[in-house]
Design a protein around this ligand. Structure first.
Ligand code: PHE
Length: 344
């Protein structure tokens, strides 16, 4: 029989309803709202309610019906969520999401290429710390005490005072010093690494860049050996037609010293805007290791001689791929990096 109490009981029972499967939910719906369901039956009994009670019972019954509908809908949503947003969007035959592969950075690609050329020539790879002391970056390399590179304007100091200031290395020649400390000749090493110089950032200069430097020490090493090593490297790197030329230069740690140009691989010597009309591109500095450097590092210059060279990886990469602005290497703009995706 219809009564306030019955309606209240049903209201409370609604909150307890649970459905773990679609079928259970359908059974609940039929049980509550179906043609022979609880609420439908109450609506039938409603006809027997006395006229003065009709208004109140009518309202309560309608509320109960809405509550039952809401509860069934709630349960349906919960079930849909468990199923992963409904049947339609759960397609097991769909291919999976593609995972984007990363690519190597042009500086890494170039470094590997340089190193693999020298590995073929019999060099091994040596690395050392980025935070160095004055001895390994300057003094052991024959820099006089008043040399401008030792100035704050050129070098970042970590702790500037004292006998042997701590600084960020300005070249990877420091690793060559560390190699000589450890090992007697024959020495054949290439030293890749990050270096730091106190320079304003522009299209052609950066305060952080990368180098590969090389050191070759043995008996009877001559300038001709140096020239041959550089020529072979240049041809491996820029193509078999490449020519080199050497211009006299100065470094405290080499004597004689030279700067090396390669024939422009874009215009093949005719002159273009990459080589600024000269037909030549500067790629590295080199020279015969100064006897003072050998002596400072415990190697007898009467017995041994050697050569050293050093190049900027950014510069080599710029020449190889005609990158016009050095800052591209550091900004990690994907449009730039993706251009190297297919370079292995
Ligand atoms: N260390 C020099 C530089 O950073 C390069 C170099 C290395 C020159 C070895 C000559 C010999 O500019």
């Amino acid at each position: 029989m219809i009564s306030q109490q019955k309606i209240e009981e049903l209201q409370a029972a609604l909150q307890e309803l649970k459905a773990a499967r679609e079928q259970e939910l359908e059974e609940l719906r039929i049980q509550w709202l179906g043609k022979k369901g609880e609420i439908t039956r109450l609506f039938e009994e409603f006809r027997t309610v006395s006229p003065e009670q009709k208004r109140e019972f009518g309202q309560r019954l309608n509320q109960l019906k809405t509550a039952a509908q809401n509860r069934i809908n709630e349960l349906r949503e919960a079930l849909d969520q468990i199923a992963g947003g409904g049947k339609a969007s759960f397609d097991l035959t769909k291919p999976g999401d593609r995972m984007d592969l990363g690519a190597r950075h042009p500086i890494s690609i170039t470094r590997e290429e340089i190193l693999s050329i020298f590995r073929k020539f019999g060099y091994s790879v040596a690395e050392g710390p980025e935070i160095e002391d004055d001895w390994h970056v300057f003094s052991a390399l024959n820099f006089p005490p008043e040399h401008p590179a030792r100035d704050m304007q050129d070098t970042f100091f970590v702790s500037p005072g004292g006998e042997n200031p701590i600084l960020l290395r300005t070249h990877t020649s420091s690793v060559q010093v560390r190699t000589m400390e450890r090992q007697q000749p024959p020495i054949r090493v290439v030293c890749p690494g990050r270096v730091f110089r106190n320079e304003a950032i522009s299209a052609r200069a950066h305060c952080i860049f990368h180098q590969v430097e090389g050191l070759y020490i043995d008996k009877n090493v001559s300038f001709a050996d140096l020239k041959q090593a550089i020529l072979l490297f240049a041809r491996e790197m820029f193509g078999p037609e490449t020519q080199i030329r050497m211009r006299p230069s100065y470094f405290p740690f080499t004597e004689p010293s030279a700067e090396v140009d390669v024939s422009c691989n874009i215009c093949h010597g005719k002159g273009c805007n990459i080589c600024k009309g000269t037909g030549w591109l500067e790629i590295l500095g080199c020279g015969m290791v100064d006897p003072n450097v050998l002596r400072a590092n415990g190697i007898d210059p009467e017995v041994y001689s050697g050569f050293a060279f050093g190049m900027g990886i950014e510069r080599i990469a710029m020449l190889k791929w005609q990158v016009k602005d050095l800052r591209h290497y550091f900004e990690n703009d994907l449009r730039f990096l993706r251009e190297f995706e297919t370079v292995i």
